[in-house]
Design a protein around this ligand. Structure first.
Ligand code: SF4
Length: 264
């Protein structure tokens, strides 16, 4: 785990953290939630399904799921075997089906079928933890939130922002470094960076735009030509046209309609 640079003051840490956020904003101006959704209910369900799997896999099955069960009432009345069949490829499908049936029923009983825009209400729903609640609040309701998933936790440690590993403590420690209004986009950018450049096993340090600000520089490949080969998604070598379209503002849906795969 990275330590923050020696003699770095709290103010220095805050400044360095905000610089990293600015560089990430320039690198990923198109950063968005990578789960597809049209409303809070769809985002809640998609986020529950995304546990232990990739957003790409979830996005592949949610159109059929939401066509069949478009809201909490419809999903609460579903046959469990039908949900299981639709979500099987996301893994842990029995437990996830329990969550979807439970949370849909709870939404109908307690919230007239609507997703509540409050953390304390969301985390009382079956299968909904703090991470899921923050994703929904930040992206469906515009309430600032930091989403500590595996990428965010790893990068916050590598950046030396905090050495906490407990997600709630890490969320608080990182939150204190930034303006609240920046929390949601910061989360997207850090996760984007973790998926594309600062991977768990082989970070591409040699082509990393925040290398000069990162105390962990050198834990991954330092030679630029080799590091470039480690880049993923739209940054991967050979996907320059996809990157150009994302930078020009094309939405994920438009890109898919044009035949681009948005996976790694
Ligand atoms: S320099 Fe290396 S460890 Fe630091 S953020 Fe970049 S890829 Fe990750």
């Amino acid at each position: 785990m990275a330590k923050k640079p020696k003699l770095e003051t709290e103010l220095g840490l805050k400044r360095r953290a905000r610089k990293i956020n600015r560089v990430l904003a320039q690198t990923y101006p198109y950063a968005v939630p990578e789960l597809d959704f049209e409303n809070p209910f769809e985002l809640l369900v998609a986020t529950v399904l995304s546990a232990q799997t990739t957003d790409v896999r979830v996005n592949a099955i949610t159109p059929a799921l939401f066509a069949r069960f478009p809201d909490a009432l419809a999903m609460s009345q579903a046959e469990r075997s039908e949900i299981e069949a639709l979500i099987r490829s996301t893994g842990f499908f029995r437990a996830k089906t329990d969550s979807l049936l439970g949370l849909s029923a709870a939404l109908v009983e307690r919230h007239s079928g609507q997703v509540p825009p409050k953390l304390e209400e969301l985390i009382k729903l079956p299968g909904v933890g703090r991470k899921t609640a923050n994703v929904v609040l930040g992206n469906a309701f515009g309430v600032p939130g930091i989403t500590v998933d595996t990428h965010f936790g790893r990068l916050a440690n590598r950046f030396g922002w905090s050495d906490e590993t407990d997600p709630v403590k890490l969320e608080q420690a990182v939150g204190a470094l930034f303006e609240k209004r920046d929390w949601t986009m910061l989360s997207h950018r850090v996760v984007f960076h973790g998926r594309r450049i600062c991977h768990a096993r082989k970070p591409a340090c040699g082509v990393c735009p925040v290398a000069s600000l990162c105390p962990s520089y050198g834990i991954g490949e330092e030679i630029p030509a080799k590091a470039k080969q480690l880049l993923k998604y739209e940054l991967a070598p050979g996907r320059e046209d996809l990157l150009a379209k994302m930078q020009a503002g094309a939405t994920r849906r438009q890109l898919r309609e044009q035949g681009y795969g948005l996976d790694a």
